[in-house]
Design a protein around this ligand. Structure first.
Ligand SMILES: Nc1ncnc2c1ncn2[C@@H]1O[C@H](COP(=O)(O)OP(=O)(O)OP(=O)(O)O)[C@@H](O)[C@H]1O
Ligand SMILES: [Mg+2]
Length: 248
């Protein structure tokens, strides 16, 4: 296959809904060493772009860093985390690599994969799912095409990093991927996984529903009237497990 442009995916959703998890699964499918592969380049707005709490100074280090990484390994997986917090100049630096279907300065980027992660559109996604469920429809019957516009529009509304590049007609984003807020039953599955991973359980028969429920009670849920969704998805489940298990 000779793609005409790189694959550019934009993942949107609340904290703890699996955006990093899915990115790392993709990296494992692409490369044996997964996220540790030399072909995986991970940039995080708050880790790589902040200098003493400010975004100043990013120009000197980060732009060069990104361009150097892209030029060194053009057929790579590039993950940009916390896109909503990225300085807007970054997208301008990236744009030629994302959209040109001709080699840039002699280097071919068309086999690269770019993934952008952000919380942009998280409330709109939750509202769309709530509307859907209020019509007594199952969560899994909500289709990606029903949500694509719902996450694209807030990306355009914001004075965001995305704005200039996403709201153009020939957007370089191949697909907007919404991550639905997790329900309590999903959080309970994460808790059970965590209890095994952390060694509190070795066998299925040890699963104690009251303990799982007690840990799930430590999480916060919204909206206030139904408390259907976990505010932070499965994030911080591990800490809550220790809190309850070491307390007993
Ligand atoms: N759908 C899911 N299935 C299984 N585990 C999940 C799922 N979503 C999240 N988790 C678990 O919850 C934790 C947090 O997930 P992850 O870091 O992928 O969230 P995120 O969407 O990147 O959140 P943030 O926006 O805060 O960065 C991880 O331990 C992950 O394995
Ligand atoms: Mg994340």
């Amino acid at each position: 296959m000779n793609p005409k442009r790189p694959l550019v995916l934009s993942f949107h959703g609340r904290p703890g809904t699996g955006k990093n998890l899915v990115s790392s699964l993709i990296s494992e499918h692409m490369y044996a060493k997964g996220m540790s592969s030399q072909y995986v380049h991970y940039f995080s707005a708050t880790k790589d772009f902040m200098h003493e709490g400010k975004l100043e100074g990013y120009k000197h280090t980060t732009e060069q860093h990104i361009v150097a990484a892209m030029q060194a390994c053009p057929q790579s997986l590039f993950i940009f985390d916390e896109m909503d917090k990225m300085p807007s100049g970054i997208m301008n630096v990236m744009k030629p690599y994302l959209e040109y279907n001709q080699p840039v300065e002699g280097t071919d980027y068309r086999r690269s994969v770019f993934i952008f992660l952000s919380n942009i559109g998280r409330n709109q996604i939750a509202n769309a799912l709530l509307d859907h469920m209020q019509q007594y429809k199952e969560r899994y019957t909500l289709k990606i095409r029903d949500l694509e516009e719902i996450v694209r529009l807030p990306s355009c509304d914001l004075e965001s990093t995305f704005k200039k590049s996403v709201c153009v007609r020939s957007s370089p984003i191949s697909a907007f991927i919404p991550f639905l807020p997790l329900e309590r039953r999903h959080v309970e599955q994460c808790i059970i996984n965590g209890l095994f991973e952390k060694g509190y359980y070795q066998y299925g028969f040890q699963i104690d529903n009251d303990t799982v429920k007690q840990i799930a009670d430590e999480m916060t849920y919204f909206p206030e009237n139904t408390r259907l969704f976990s505010t932070t998805g499965c994030k911080r489940v591990y800490e809550k497990i220790d809190l309850i298990m070491q307390h007993d």
